[in-house]
Design a protein around this ligand. Sequence first.
Ligand code: FES
Length: 105
Amino acid sequence: MTDTRWVDALSAEDLPTDDVVGVVVAGRDIAIYTVGDELYATDNICTHGHARLCDGFLDGHEIECPLHQGKFDVRDGKPMCEPVAEPLRSYPVRIEGRRVVLQID
Ligand code: FES
């Protein structure tokens, strides 16, 4: 049986504006993105190589990897252009009170 839980990630005050921040949550390297009032979360490590997406460039709903410029849709982790082919895992994320929490199983 899968244990799905909401896990504390960071203070809502530490969220960037229309940008990405990297956090470690439950031992996983996670990227949290803000796009206007929307919030998204995916794995932070690119599926093409060992690059941290929080060091990349967020343009709307697309994060560009800093190493080879592959792009993913932050809404669902879908790869958007070569050289990335494998999707990123994405996570439900929301604000509870003054904290950002993620759903991780
Ligand atoms: Fe991300 Fe190559 S490591 S595109």
